[in-house]
Design a protein around this ligand. Structure first.
Ligand SMILES: [Zn+2]
Length: 170
């Protein structure tokens, strides 16, 4: 379960569909290799970390949700600015949330936290990888959620944590 999944936000819109496959994820009888079969032309990662273009974002950090002493196995990326916005706002750390455009350096797969029965398919276009993500540039023109939305989301996360819900990261 992703942190921001708790309050079921949305809608999630892919900002830049993959130009090679027109956002479909597939070409004739094969997956589109340009976008790893996702249909996404621009991937985002929301965080509190201050990064430069060329930096790598690797797994092995404390999760933003659930037991903090765990270390994440995967890094997470998304094709929607809205999902990245929740990531930036809810991630651990000091300072302002930041959103970066990133490129996967290895294979990516659907984020299982967001592809369950609650979210048939992968509507939030959320993915994960065992390999680092490379930062290509920071996105600065994004709009944060309102204090009320953020509060509602944090309440939902606290409820989920009290229920002992842990993120899927293995
Ligand atoms: Zn494509």
């Amino acid at each position: 379960m992703k942190a921001w999944d708790a309050a079921n936000p949305g809608p999630f819109v892919v900002s830049h569909p993959c130009p090679a496959c027109d956002g479909r994820g597939t070409l004739i009888e094969r997956l589109c290799s340009a976008c790893h079969g996702t249909g996404v032309g621009r991937f985002y990662h929301g965080t509190k970390a201050d990064l430069e273009p060329g930096d790598l974002i690797a797994p092995g950090h404390s999760p933003n949700f659930g037991k903090r002493e765990r270390k994440t196995t995967y890094v997470y990326l998304t094709g929607t600015l809205d999902a990245a916005t929740w990531g930036a706002e809810l991630s651990l750390g000091e300072g302002p949330g930041r959103i970066y455009m990133v490129e996967p350096t290895g294979p990516i797969g659907d984020d299982p936290d967001l592809t369950d029965k609650k979210f048939p398919g992968n509507p939030t276009k959320s993915y994960r990888s065992l390999e680092p993500l490379r930062v290509t540039r920071e996105v600065t023109d994004w709009q944060g959620h309102s204090p009320e939305e953020l509060e509602a989301m944090k309440d939902g996360i606290e409820r989920a944590e009290r229920l002992g819900i842990e993120p899927i990261d293995d």
